[in-house]
Design a protein around this ligand. Sequence first.
Ligand code: IMP
Ligand code: MG
Length: 176
Amino acid sequence: MTGRTRVLLSKEEIQEKVKELAAIVSRDYRDKDLLLVCVLKGAVVFLCDLLRSLEIGAEIDFMAVSSYGNASISSGVVRILKDLDRSIDQKDVLIVEDIIDTGLTLSYLRENLLSRNPLSLRIITLLDKPERRIAKIEPDYCGFCIPDEFVVGYGLDYQEKFRHLPDLCVLLEFEP
Ligand code: IMP
Ligand code: MG
């Protein structure tokens, strides 16, 4: 699949923002037992860059949920495809997301993780599309608010493609 894309955020802009976020998270969690819970797969690239920029230690774990299937609109149906490996009881949990769109995925995830008795639970997202929000949910840390356009690159995909692009791009058109 090939596609025509337009750069929305360059890799340099993203790197600078990730460093800023990492500095704030490092300060806020200095004396805490931080566990980063990465939501697969889109947030993987953000997780890696964030983790490497932290000035404090952190554990990582992964969850995979599906809300989209293969379409670019949210179904509102959230299913756990892969659960965490370990208990989060008494941990300071920070959910790491690539993008919050309708918020349905995260809203489900938040309730699910809260029921497992973490000491604290916050959300960090690289990107936020507030215009499309359906669920009542706001990130505690956010990199960029972006307009209502479908974006790919820096880990984000369209039908599993385009994750490798180093910049965050708007997908204008594509050819299967
Ligand atoms: P939500 O439940 O609508 O907030 O959907 C969140 C998930 O949908 C994100 O974690 C992404 O995996 C995916 N998603 C939402 N918007 C985009 C986009 O513009 N590009 C790529 N994936 C997106
Ligand atoms: Mg995601």
